[in-house]
Design a protein around this ligand. Sequence first.
Ligand SMILES: CC(C)(COP(=O)(O)OP(=O)(O)OC[C@H]1O[C@@H](n2cnc3c(N)ncnc32)[C@H](O)[C@@H]1OP(=O)(O)O)[C@@H](O)C(=O)NCCC(=O)NCCS
Length: 189
Amino acid sequence: MLPPALPARIDTERYRLDQLQPADAAALLAHFADPDVTRYLDIDPLAELAEARDIIDWAQGLARDRAGGRWAIRARDEGVWLGTAGFNAITRARASRGEIAYDLAREWWGRGVMREVLPALLHVGFADLDLNRLEAFVTPGNEPSRRLLTRHRFRQEGLLRAYGRWRGRDWDQELWSLLRADWAASRGP
Ligand SMILES: CC(C)(COP(=O)(O)OP(=O)(O)OC[C@H]1O[C@@H](n2cnc3c(N)ncnc32)[C@H](O)[C@@H]1OP(=O)(O)O)[C@@H](O)C(=O)NCCC(=O)NCCS
């Protein structure tokens, strides 16, 4: 039996998340062209529309295979682009886990956007997709991301040494996780 599909759209009080579409390519290019946004990510700042299209193809492929997916985050009222969030991976073979990822445009940092969006992402992972463990990889030094995860009861499990290689060097990665039981307990009876 096929595992559950990711929802095409997620609504929170102030934001709407729609799975990335080819029509998002220009907005995605502008978003990931900002080196402030990509500073702690495993990609170079984008320079061409084709690179944005490749990311959208990748996200759509993941969603088709039910192995991940990515939503564009926009303001519900005026549709202003805020960033993206999603699952870089969903692993069900001898596991029940998903890897979350999120990135906001610079002008939206520190305004409580992820504080509202992350719970919706967790709900999708634990309730809709029925996963038991959600994890996040954080590049050391990314304090906003650490604070966000800590506030939502993720725990840092360790430091994966030289786990990634991009921009011509090796990168350590912090491994953070939240288990479904801890998530459920935090939501009260
Ligand atoms: C990581 C990232 C998503 C965090 O976003 P953020 O805006 O700092 O996170 P939040 O939405 O939770 O905002 C929280 C902060 O906004 C402040 N804030 C302002 N207005 C707020 C509001 N209305 N409601 C809640 N918080 C608000 C809070 O005080 C809080 O500060 P604190 O963290 O010191 O408590 C953002 O920094 C980002 O996109 N970075 C670039 C990409 C990246 O590195 N992604 C992560 C890879 S692991």
